[in-house]
Design a protein around this ligand. Structure first.
Ligand code: GRF
Length: 209
């Protein structure tokens, strides 16, 4: 069974949605490790409560690559196949990316390539877009720039605040991130340049007539 390593820095609601999908058997994988760079993160507390192996390796004051080497070692020691960033507020070094080629996913609360980076929902409101959403992508060496696996769209309403928009997007995050992980775990994607194409299972897709 494939092994997942979850990286987080905060609340951990995406981690919880992944954990539920694993526990329900929707994702046929196990979570070998939940790792946070912030020891006070709610997500790491929840991971322990839920009975997962949870570790904190504080990143404050550490050089990026030196820190990443330690995290990669821990992930490899736990035989992690797929790394899932779930609100992990760090940019990964090339060393990290190369240690798990095409095996690191990230979720971002906008329709990339619009609004990469931080304070994304505020950026969307200030820009005045009428739709926003979320994106699951493969992490590469660019900021929020890797190939896209899944996206979901939500409307931006006239009376939205950062809070209401974030919540509407978050509900979709909790739906599409487990779906994307499932595709990876089942080896059901292939790439053509930047395009990630879903390989249908036997019996899926349009019927031949
Ligand atoms: C989510 O909005 C995710 O898209 C972004 O950080 C937030 C993490 O939320 N990368 P949570 O910690 O999973 O609740």
């Amino acid at each position: 069974m494939k092994k997942l390593g979850i990286l987080l820095s905060g609340r951990g609601s995406n981690f919880e949605s992944i954990a539920r999908a694993v526990q329900e058997g929707t994702i046929a994988a196990e979570i070998s490790l939940v790792l946070s760079n912030r020891c006070e993160a709610r997500g790491i507390v929840r991971a322990k409560e839920m009975g997962f192996k949870a570790l904190c390796i504080p990143s404050q004051g550490r050089q990026r690559e030196e820190y990443d080497r330690e995290v990669v070692k821990v992930l490899k020691d736990h035989k992690v196949d797929l790394v899932c960033m779930a609100g992990f507020l760090r940019i990964l070094s090339p060393y990290f990316i190369q240690a798990f080629p095409n095996r690191i996913l990230n979720i971002h609360p906008s329709l990339l390539p619009a609004f990469p980076g931080l304070d994304v929902q505020r950026q969307a409101l200030e820009w005045g877009v009428k739709f926003s959403g979320c994106t699951v992508h493969i992490a590469d060496e660019t900021l929020d720039g890797g190939p896209i696996l899944r996206q979901a769209v939500v409307p931006v309403l006239d009376d939205d605040t950062e809070g209401t928009l974030s919540l509407r997007i978050l509900r979709e995050e909790h739906r599409i991130y487990p779906e994307a992980i499932r595709l990876m775990v089942e080896d059901r994607i292939r790439t053509e340049g930047r395009r990630v194409i879903e390989v249908k299972k036997e019996g899926e897709g349009p019927k031949k007539v």
